[in-house]
Design a binder for this molecule. Structure first.
Ligand code: AP5
Length: 218
């Protein structure tokens, strides 16, 4: 399966991508995670990306496209992938299609996580992440066993730098302006499917499983 998860920040793309990756044994490629890793490692790309990410702006296309292309060129991407956060505009979508064509592949589906604005804001404001192992929690919907402590590695949980109220507002604007137009782009291609991002994680996974069966992907 070659999937793209599309939707506003906080729609639950990353969370569901982990569930799908575990259940279907295909890799989860998050452009946000790849960029955060590059920032942490202070690579050239990471240093450049940081100021854009802190403001909630999109990182320049060439930087992101290269990072994602490199990840998709690894052997474990051959049997499929779940792209989360990429593409984010038409230019990135063209680049992805071009890259897949080179290896005789194409996307199977683009899943649009249709999610209410209030849900998204509540999810982002309550999100806590582990700075060490990257595990993702929510103070209400997925609280850690011990307050502010990662269940897996015991590190202190933090809020993402871009989950501040003003940055969330800005990221949502950027999404509307630059990423939402991809919906009509993929609708024209006939591969866009809308799913209910407001559902809880398990119910959404059930909906996706049914969709994959109907689409004869599994
Ligand atoms: P990125 O990391 O991609 O952030 P985003 O798209 O803004 O998405 P989020 O990670 O905020 O949300 P999500 O939908 O994955 O939600 P999650 O599952 O975590 O990008 C960050 C930055 O990097 C961008 O602003 C940009 O600067 C740069 N960037 C990245 N890609 C780029 C690109 N292609 N081009 C240019 N720049 C790029 O869930 C959120 C919370 O809700 C969690 O706490 C979770 O536990 C909870 N939750 C999730 N699902 C559910 C559910 N179903 N029910 C209840 N709670 C749930």
């Amino acid at each position: 399966m070659r999937l793209v998860l599309l939707g506003p920040p906080g729609a639950g793309k990353g969370t569901q991508a982990v569930v799908l990756s575990n259940n279907y044994d295909i890799i989860h490629v998050s452009s946000g995670d790849l960029l955060r890793e590059a920032v942490k490692n202070k690579t050239e790309a990471g240093n450049l990306a940081k100021s854009f990410m802190d403001k909630g702006e999109l990182v320049p296309d060439d930087v992101v496209t290269e990072i994602v292309a490199e990840r998709l060129s690894k052997s474990d991407a051959k049997k499929g992938f779940i792209l989360d956060g990429f593409p984010r505009n038409e230019k990135q979508a063209f680049e992805l299609a071009k890259q897949l064509k080179k290896i005789g592949e194409k996307l199977d589906l683009v899943l649009f996580f249709k999610t209410m604005g209030s849900t998204v804001i509540e999810r982002l404001a309550g999100r806590r992440v582990c700075p060490k192992c990257g595990l993702n929690f929510h103070i209400k919907t997925r609280p850690p066993k011990k307050r502010d402590v990662c269940d897996t590695c015991g590190s202190t949980l933090i809020s993402r730098d871009d989950d501040k109220a003003e940055t969330i507002k800005y990221r949502l604007k950027v999404y509307e302006r630059q990423t939402r137009p991809l919906l009509s782009y993929y609708k024209k291609e006939g591969i866009l499917r809308e799913v209910m991002g407001d559902l809880n994680v398990d119910d959404l996974f059930k909906e996706l499983k049914e969709l994959f069966v109907n689409e004869k992907l599994t």
